[in-house]
Design a protein around this ligand. Structure first.
Ligand SMILES: N[C@@H](CCC(=O)N[C@@H](CS)C(=O)NCC(=O)O)C(=O)O
Length: 230
């Protein structure tokens, strides 16, 4: 029986991030689904910010708050330290850069991807209504190109963001870009070839593959084809 339990939904990019770190570390885990529209009271006790994911390490606590961590960044750091996953860079500067890019992905990029593209497209469909394509199109054309430009410049022909070594930065950025890919596709390969290739590379990584297969099944019926925002 695994000692680790992830609480969340696979379609959350922050849950995907935790699954990518767990699978990269070779750790088995149980998954407990949480509906973010209707979070149970027992879950709110371990997630005071009302967010998924939460991790429980049953070797530390089996019930209540003991043994739980909220927030994907806290969880991933914990898993990296516990299993020596090597995802935070070899040098002090690499660690700082990895932490910065994780924060960039989880804040500015996630806000646009989640609130301006994924949710306006998918959430109305969950309720049987039409997607808000205009909000998504505006973000795709007016906001995301600046994010893509920055990330393309940082990659500068390399495979990975920090010292050309797989790190939490690749995972966090990959989680947001694959979230986009689920509904509208990759950044234009003609303009951002490195970033498009990076996202394809992430899709084949442990944790991403399994998570995205489940997301495809969960969303496929509601969104049979990706939406063209061009
Ligand atoms: N900083 C948090 C962000 C987590 C987050 O925003 N999760 C979203 C799902 S993608 C959520 O739980 N939203 C709850 C809601 O919208 O009510 C982390 O890294 O875990």
């Amino acid at each position: 029986m695994p000692v680790l339990v992830v609480f969340g939904s696979p379609v959350s990019p922050f849950v995907r991030k935790v699954e990518a770190v767990l699978r990269h570390s070779g750790q088995a885990y149980d998954f407990e689904s949480i509906n973010i529209m209707d979070m149970p009271d027992w879950f709110l006790e371990i997630s005071p910010l009302r967010r998924i994911p939460v991790l429980r390490d049953k070797s530390i606590g089996e019930t209540g708050i003991a043994g739980t961590l909220a927030d994907s960044s806290a969880i991933c750091l914990y898993l990296d330290r516990k299993y020596d996953a090597g995802l935070y860079g070899a040098t002090a500067f690499d660690a700082g850069q990895a932490a910065w890019l994780e924060e960039y992905a989880d804040s500015d990029l996630a806000m646009t991807v989640g609130m301006k593209v994924f949710r306006p497209i998918m959430f109305p469909r969950f309720a049987g209504q039409a997607s808000d394509i205009e909000t998504a199109r505006k973000a795709w054309h007016e906001k995301l190109p600046r994010n893509f430009d920055y990330l393309e410049r940082l990659l500068d022909g390399k495979d990975f963001f920090v010292n050309d070594t797989y790190s939490i930065a690749d995972i966090a950025i990959g989680c947001q870009l694959t979230q986009l890919d689920l509904v509208v596709g990759l950044p234009d390969r003609q303009i951002w070839p490195g970033l498009a290739a990076h996202t394809e590379n992430m899709k084949a990584r442990p944790g991403f593959t399994e998570n995205l297969a489940i997301c495809g099944k969960m969303l496929g019926g509601l969104l049979p084809e990706k939406i063209d925002l061009s």
